[in-house]
Design a protein around this ligand. Structure first.
Ligand code: GTP
Ligand code: MG
Length: 195
């Protein structure tokens, strides 16, 4: 999909603020600082539509980006960031849970993991959570520009094994720096959103 039109419809903290348009939605989830906002920017060819930061915990609301008046990307706050207070962490968890468990037009989730390391315990929990709620999932191993080509096969194996990836879910290696994997991610998004 070539994206000419994109707008941030709302930064929501509760269900009553979600857009009521009924367009299909894709959620982007992953640890703080893993590169969710960077992936979104790369997919829509914008430098800073979704705000990125080298400081973890930048995204603190559910940000609904409307693409071409037909599809929403939902940038979700990251999990697993130690410096976020316990109270805030509980707040984010409740916000994410409310969204993932109640949103009828949610077509799938893109879960990002850092391709340089094995998925963390938090990553495994998140994937299991998505499976428990039957959310179709694309796992994106990101920052792959920092991994040598020779290691790709073992990176893929480690991620698949650690998450115990379902047969029906896909894994794509990606880099927001080089654009590697972008076309494959778009293909999954279009199929999953039915656009
Ligand atoms: P939160 O909003 O805090 O949850 O973080 P996020 O997951 O949205 O991460 P963000 O996109 O803000 O990126 C975090 C940092 O990682 C930034 O410094 C990015 O420039 C960097 N980064 C993201 N993707 C890539 C990538 O593919 N390659 C490299 N080398 N750096 C990346
Ligand atoms: Mg972010």
């Amino acid at each position: 999909m070539k994206v000419n039109n994109v707008e941030l419809t709302i930064s929501a903290v509760s269900a009553k603020q979600y857009p009521d348009t009924g367009f299909p939605e894709i959620a982007f989830v992953g640890r703080s600082n893993v590169g969710k906002s960077s992936l979104i920017n790369k997919l829509i060819d914008r430098k800073a539509m979704a705000r990125t930061s080298s400081v973890p915990g930048k995204t603190q609301t559910l940000n609904f980006y409307l693409l071409e008046d037909m599809l929403y990307f939902v940038d979700v706050p990251g999990y697993g960031f130690a410096k976020v207070s316990k109270a805030d962490r509980a707040k984010f968890a409740a916000m994410i849970e409310e969204y993932l468990t109640t949103r009828g037009q949610l077509r799938g989730a893109v879960q990002l993991v850092d391709a340089r390391h094995a998925p963390s315990a938090d990553d495994v929990s998140m994937y299991q959570y998505l499976k428990y709620y039957h959310v179709k999932t694309l796992v994106v191993g990101t920052k792959v520009d920092k991994t040598s080509r020779a290691k790709r096969a073992s990176v893929i194996k480690t991620i698949k094994q650690t998450l115990d990836l379902n047969q029906t879910d896909e894994l794509i290696l990606f880099s927001a720096e080089t654009g590697e994997g972008k076309a494959q991610v778009w293909k999954w998004l279009e199929q999953t959103a039915g656009i």
